[in-house]
Every structure is written in structure tokens, then in C-alpha cells.
Design a protein. Sequence first.
Length: 236
Amino acid sequence: MSEGLSIRLTQPAPIALDVEMEVAPRQTLALVGPSGAGKTTILRAVAGLYQPAQGRIACDGNVWLDRDLSTNVPPQRRRVGMVFQSYALFPHMTALGNIAEAILEQSRVEREARAAELLARVHLEGLGARYPAELSGGQQQRVALARALARDPHVLLLDEPFSAVDQPTRRALHALLAEIRAASAMPIIFVSHDVDDAARSADRVCFLRDGVSVEQGPTRAILDDPGSALVRWLEG
């Protein structure tokens, strides 16, 4: 039984952080707040790409970071799937090759077969031979998502997944995230500036400001409360 993800991070500088949150299995958390609030830094800390001064991160019963105990599992040993805002696809590799590159300890034939399965899972059947430059932004994003899933992650992290796509692609991505959540017990965290995206795809929302988790809870309850800190921020 998955135990979900727990995060506690504190530091005064260079990026101030004072956050504590938990994401249960099959739960999606949206990190919302102004630019510079620390949203992407939290994702990078979970992935092991940023080292906070103090804190603890545990996922599915495994401690990935505990500064008090000098525990710091390197990124390649954390079961994290991350989709970067820029997608970070290898331009010299096909869509299939980008996904297969993330699959470890299997033969080439097995990796390509698994990559083809993942392309189908994100509804890109038949596009495996195309290079990133030959794909639309939404298609590149789906390849990046398939590559993140290729690691059989225990947590999925998405940095601004809805920010650079048109409305039809946005709706399709919301539907795809719902499919992924239904098929897996892993927690999902995504960063967004748009509360509408949180309302559509997140069970819980955490409002961040200046590196501090000002408010968090069930998305609908917070958005329906005119006195909540998030709603007051939205209203200026």
C-alpha cells in the first residue's frame, strides 16, 4: 500500500522556504502562487535537483532527504517522473528514442516496445519516428509526460504543464491527467499560476507566497471560501 509523499523544507536563503505538505496516493496537489513563490524549487527538491538547507522528504515509505540524519538519495535513485516546463526533450532523438532513453535495465527491443506502449498511453500512436521539432508543443509535452512515466515513478511532478498550450490541448491534458491518476496510485504535484487548472485537476491546493505555504487544503473548500488567503490574492 503506497504511503504517499511528505515534504518539509525550511531555509532562510538563498531561496526562502517554509513549507510542509503531504500528498496521499491517487491525490493531485496544485502549487499555486505568484512568480518567485518557490513552486518550482519545491518540485526540484523532491526530484533531488535542488538541495535545501533543512528538511525531510519521504515517498512511499522511503526517505529521500533528511538533513538531520545526513540522508540525501541522489536524483537517479529517486523514483520520480518530472515534466519540465521546457519539456527538455533531446532534439537529436525521435519521440520513441526520448522515451526509451529513460527506461533502464532492459534490452533495446524491450525498451522500444515499452516506449511504444507509453506513446499509446498518451495518445501519440504512430508518431514515434518524429523528432521534437516535427511535433507541436502539445505533442512534445505528451512525449515528455510519457518519458516521465517510463521510470515507473512513485510520484509525478509537472512544472507549469498548462501554461504554454492552447485551450483544446489544455482540455486534453486535463483528461489525460485524470486517466493517469485513475490508473496509478502515485501522488501528482503540478505547478500553476492559473487557479482554474487547480479547480479542474487538483484534489488539494497549496497557496505559496515568498516561499511560505500560506494556505492549503481541499481545492473546492478553499476556492469557495471568500475569506481564504488564496481567494484574497486572486482578487488583488
